[in-house]
Ligand binder design. Structure first.
Ligand SMILES: *Cc1c(COP(=O)(O)O)cnc(C)c1O
Length: 358
């Protein structure tokens, strides 16, 4: 028996979710966000599969290089932009599109000699207050880059929303207003929308949408699940039952004696732990699924194992498959029991887990 710790990736679900994006934003091009190993789903496999999107978005140069090395020819937009002159050269060599958010990047590009020009996006900070030029700097940066022969015109402009997944819309509307106001005189393509804005703010769709989490079938709003928006989870994480323990009432399970048997009962030991990316903070009672029944976590998550309450499945047998999250069990639910968000759980699946694409 293999350890059986497997992440099944349903490529058809990715396509379905992209078609949801297209239905919501039919007039926008799609920059598919595949940073952080495509949210844990496998950077190259996802990029090779997603032929129906217009471009890919990654966080950093290394991710972009991996894509080109694997033969991906679509445009690649790198959210962090370029750091130094050496990186700038890599952007031109491989035709990557940097997101320019700071003056040091503008200077690095302007100081370049003759090259084959590339596209660039300029990021304006409308309220996230991480990356981006202040709104009142945007016009100056845009104008300063007009004569730059290294960049294809028109340049694109973008911003990122900090609160689009919340129902309190006033902050988001102030970000949208700021963006509209300061980019009014700019003729280049414009982009605002992450998944939450694609779902909740149609006015933000503009020329490019940038879906991430919803492409993987997961809700950007932690209180909902992907199914609430007709999305299908692309990842189903499973492991196997590797031991069954008969314990007595009051027996404790695992490190720190954190799980206590309320009665004489069977405990299942499952071949997954935080070394595989299952969250160590998952509390007692976090659901897992065995044979369609909920088997709650009992005791602490270890590096290589978890222990589950088998009372709902008297017939459970060694080798049975246990689902940690996915089709029948939303990752959003597991995240809620672990004080985190689905994004973190998906990104956190480690290399010890076997990936099956189907
Ligand atoms: C990650 C990211 C997105 C996608 O966000 P989701 O919430 O996953 O849809 C969009 N834009 C930028 C700049 C990002 O970094």
């Amino acid at each position: 028996m293999s350890r059986g710790t497997i992440a099944y990736i349903d490529l058809g679900a990715l396509s379905h979710n992209v078609s949801c994006v297209k239905a919501l934003a039919p007039n926008s091009r799609i920059l598919a966000m595949i940073k952080s190993n495509a949210y844990g789903h496998g950077l190259i496999q996802v990029a090779q599969y997603l032929s129906e999107v217009d471009a890919f978005g990654v966080a950093c140069l290394d991710e972009a290089l991996s894509l080109r090395t694997a033969g991906i020819v679509k445009p690649i937009v790198v959210m962090a932009g370029c750091f130094d002159n050496e990186e700038v050269r890599a952007y031109f060599e491989h035709d990557f599109t940097p997101v320019l958010h700071s003056f040091y990047q503008v200077e690095a590009i302007q100081s370049l000699g003759a090259v084959k020009p590339i596209n660039a996006w300029i990021k304006v900070d409308t309220g996230m207050h991480r990356l981006g030029f202040a709104p009142d700097q945007l016009q100056a940066v845009y104008q300063a880059l007009q004569p730059c022969g290294a960049l294809i015109k028109p340049l694109s402009v973008m911003t990122h929303l900090s609160d689009a997944d919340n129902v309190n819309t006033s902050y988001t509307f102030s970000q949208l207003n700021t963006f509209m106001q300061f980019t009014q005189a700019i003729d280049g393509p414009k982009s605002i929308a992450n998944s939450a804005a694609i779902l909740f703010y149609p006015v933000s769709h503009l020329d490019w949408v940038r879906p991430g989490i919803m492409m993987y079938g997961v809700s950007p709003r932690a209180s909902q699940t992907g199914a609430d928006y007709d999305l299908k989870p692309a990842m189903t994480l499973t492991a196997k039952l590797i031991a069954i323990k008969k314990l007595r009432k009051g027996d404790s399970v695992g490190y720190g004696c954190k799980g206590q048997c309320p009665e004489a009962m069977n405990i299942g030991v499952v071949s997954i732990g935080y070394g595989d990316g299952y969250p160590r903070h998952a509390k007692n009672g976090t659901p897992t699924l065995l044979g369609g029944q909920v088997c709650p976590l009992i005791g602490r998550v270890s590096m290589d194992m978890i222990t589950i309450d088998l009372r709902a499945v008297p017939g459970a047998a060694i080798g049975d498959e246990v689902t940690l999250w996915g089709k029948e069990l939303p990752v959003e639910t597991v995240a809620r029991h672990s004080d985190t968000i689905g994004y973190e759980l998906l990104c956190g699946v480690t290399r010890r887990v076997q990936f099956c694409y189907e």
